[in-house]
Design a protein around this ligand. Structure first.
Ligand code: SAM
Length: 311
């Protein structure tokens, strides 16, 4: 059996993985063949991690703290009756992979701020952002897909979140403190969760996704106020969807106003300024995150003025 077949890697992805990971390709793809654990995010609007963990353990579950996310709890297997997990029905805990939790934390949203979740979908990360904001301030969940946004409503109700407005994207204004772009992607980082996803190709082909990602990043960036933060994230392990998109954006006219700004204190490791998580190295789903800060309106990295230009 050839390596791609043994590692269950579809042909469209094989050369991309080999180019990105070289000798490490076996380890990355083998980790994607293992079953994922069940990660829960504690809704800190309703409980602390300490309280939620104690309740889950006293119901007989072997639960641990996640290694990087300060609000995560890990159960070793997803083969459990979800309804039996204390707090799940009440919105005290919500199933969410640790990598997804970390991407939401990377935005650094604070109570009272104006924040956009730009590719909000059914709102997994919206809930994480609302908890960071202590349910205070304005959180706008945007997406092109109205039906997905609608599916977030019962989840927000269960979580006790009421600072969220939804908005079907047409165009926006640049006045938000923080914008999260959880871009549509190939999803290869989440292959552990849906073993058939790699073969069924429910997502669009990567060649179609790459220009969408670039456009989404450009558009979302226009919503960020000067001095504000933009996070670009995917659940992909492929550089084309990740650092290559960020680098192309930073090299563009709009991107020249932004700088890569990894946080100084963050629970998970950064690598060349990027959050790069993989099942092989971190035990969570494969996620990528880049935090960018928009200049206050003065000089750009290339020495041009972006606001109040006087030339
Ligand atoms: C990775 S999923 C979002 C998952 C969601 N953030 C969560 O944590 O539950 C990507 C989302 O991007 C949306 N999307 C696709 N094209 C888009 C576009 N051009 N602008 C904004 N959102 C888009 C899709 O509808 C989808 O909901």
């Amino acid at each position: 059996m050839d390596a791609a077949s043994r590692l269950e890697c579809p042909s469209w992805a094989w050369e991309r993985f080999r180019a990105a990971y070289g000798d490490g390709v076996d380890a990355e793809l083998r980790a994607l063949q293992l079953d994922a654990p069940l990660d829960l995010r504690v809704n800190t609007l309703k409980a602390t991690r300490h309280e939620a963990l104690a309740a889950i353990r006293s119901a007989g579950f072997a639960a641990e703290r996640t290694p990087y996310s300060p609000v995560g709890i890990r159960l070793p297997s997803r083969a459990v009756a979800l309804g039996a997990i204390p707090g799940l029905r009440e919105g005290v805990v919500d199933p969410q992979d640790e990598g997804s939790q970390l991407v939401a934390l990377l935005l650094g949203a604070k109570p009272g701020e104006h924040v956009v979740d730009y590719c909000a979908g059914a709102g997994g990360k919206t809930l994480a952002l609302a908890a960071q904001m202590r349910n205070k301030g304005r959180l706008v969940a945007m997406d092109v897909d109205h039906a997905r946004l609608e599916r977030g409503a019962p989840r927000r109700k269960k979580a006790g979140v009421d600072n969220v407005q939804t908005h079907v994207i047409e165009q926006g204004k640049d006045n938000f403190d923080r914008v999260l772009v959880d871009a549509p992607c190939s999803g290869v980082g989440a292959w552990r969760r849906n073993p058939d996803a790699r073969w069924l190709r429910r997502t669009r082909p990567i060649e179609e996704l790459l220009p969408v990602q670039a456009e989404v990043l450009q558009r979302a960036a226009r919503l960020v106020r000067p001095g504000g933060t933009l996070v670009y994230a995917t659940c992909s392990l492929l550089p084309e969807e990740n650092e290559a998109q960020v680098e192309a954006f930073l090299a563009s006219a709009d991107g020249a106003e932004f700088e890569l700004a990894p946080p100084e204190h963050f629970g998970a490791p950064f690598d060349d300024g990027y959050l790069r998580l993989s099942p092989a190295r971190h035990g969570c789903d494969g996620f990528f995150g880049a935090a960018l800060v928009r200049s206050e309106g003065g000089w750009t990295r290339r020495g041009r003025r972006t606001a109040g230009a006087s030339c």
